[in-house]
Design a protein around this ligand. Structure first.
Ligand SMILES: Cc1cc2nc3c(=O)[nH]c(=O)nc-3n(C[C@H](O)[C@H](O)[C@H](O)COP(=O)(O)O)c2cc1C
Length: 368
């Protein structure tokens, strides 16, 4: 029987981190792996999932495990999504094309970053050839007419939803990038935003600047209302931690909420996303799907997220580790490992379907 060379070597997602560090090295690895400031939240994002303890049910027939789900009318084989991350061409020669192929092979939904390394029309063409659904992550630009054009280009290319990132009016204290001089987008190609009119020159010296030319610092609720009216496809928001914000997002008309702290890359010392998830789910109360990302490294993390009310999870860095080491095969292998671990966890928890992943399966939930 043929064996899969990647599967023979890699049995857990974290095994790819070190090889990816070696493959990327230097400033690009700093950019991928780094978090904001002291990286307190970066460490906590992963650690907090592992601190949640499970309370398995026994004597349940788990001879068939079903991970299927559906969001915004889009049926999925499993609840794992590829998070939007910038410039895949820096991690693998084939860039986003390889990620899309990996997504297709593993049945994962793909979210294309505004800062991708491949033009939108090419992303759309490759996705269509693979019959791979995708959403487009939007950074509203300072020039709103450029932003409107970008939205329509993404939808024309085939994006089935927009994911507006709301936690990034500017970047956080990316100390690693500052040290390696990768913090500025100057000179780095971002083909999707290539024609974005940038802000006018500033006389603030580089070490005193807090704003980024490709991020609009003046986005408000009015912009969200405008975007929802402008967009031909549903709009989700990414980067929500507060329950009061979540409720207002739903009342404003978003189609879904992504609980995220941007992989701990923006504001250090915000809570791990697992800590924010229950409050957001309670406020949303099932009106729209809630997804979560940040520190998902095991299938048990995914099971816990769903027990806490999430409809799905997004995975950022591990997908890049797979891409940097084994290209498309690495991406699909990372997702296959997570999906298989999720299925194992569901079997061992006595939860044959995602609907059976309920809060009582968490040890700290009061039970009779
Ligand atoms: C290298 C890198 C680039 C990212 N680029 C973007 C981006 O362009 N837009 C965005 O909304 N989030 C971006 N993110 C955040 C991810 O979408 C996601 O929230 C985060 O990576 C999840 O945490 P994890 O890496 O621990 O899985 C980026 C994250 C990383 C690691």
């Amino acid at each position: 029987m043929a064996t899969d060379p990647v599967a023979d070597l890699v049995v857990a997602v974290h095994q790819l981190e070190h090889p990816a560090a070696q493959a990327l090295a230097g400033p690009v690895w700093d950019y991928v792996s780094g978090g904001a400031a002291d990286e307190t939240t970066l460490h906590d994002n992963v650690a907090a999932w592992s601190r949640v303890q499970l309370a398995p049910r026994t004597l349940v027939d788990v001879s068939h495990i079903d991970t299927r789900t559906e969001w915004l009318g889009l049926p999925r084989q499993h609840p794992i999504v590829i998070a939007p991350t910038a410039r895949h061409t820096s991690y693998c020669g084939d860039g986003e094309a390889a990620t899309l192929a990996g997504a297709r092979a593993s049945g994962a939904l793909y979210v294309q970053s505004s800062l991708g390394g491949t033009p939108l029309a090419d992303v759309g063409r490759i996705a269509a050839s693979l019959d791979q659904p995708w959403w487009f992550q939007l950074y509203i630009q300072r020039d709103r007419s450029f932003t409107a054009d970008l939205v329509h280009r993404a939808v024309a290319a085939g994006a089935q939803a927009l994911v507006l990132t709301v936690d990034t009016p500017t970047l956080g204290a990316r100390d690693r990038d500052k040290r390696s001089n990768l913090g500025s987008p100057d000179g780095v190609p971002y083909p999707i935003l290539a024609d974005a009119p940038l802000s006018t020159a500033t006389d603030v010296p580089a070490h005193r600047r807090i704003y980024n030319p490709l991020l609009a610092p003046d986005i408000t609720w009015a912009d969200l209302e405008w975007l929802i009216a402008e967009s031909p496809v549903p709009v989700l928001v990414k980067g929500v931690l507060r329950a009061d914000d979540a409720d207002r997002y739903v009342r404003t008309g978003v189609a879904g909420i992504l609980v995220s702290n941007h992989g701990a890359r923006n504001l250090d010392t915000v809570p791990a996303t697992v800590a924010a998830l229950p409050g957001v789910c309670a406020a949303v109360a099932g009106r729209v799907p809630v997804l979560v990302d940040g520190g998902i490294r095991r299938g048990t993390d995914i099971a816990k997220a769903i027990c806490l009310g999430a409809a799905g999870v997004l995975v950022g860095r591990p997908v890049i580790w797979g891409l940097a080491t084994y290209g498309a095969a690495g991406v699909s292998h990372v997702l296959d490992i997570l999906r298989t671990e999720l299925e194992m966890a569901m079997a061992l928890l006595g939860a044959p379907t995602l609907a059976d992943l309920t809060p009582d399966l968490l040890w700290d939930t009061p039970r009779p």
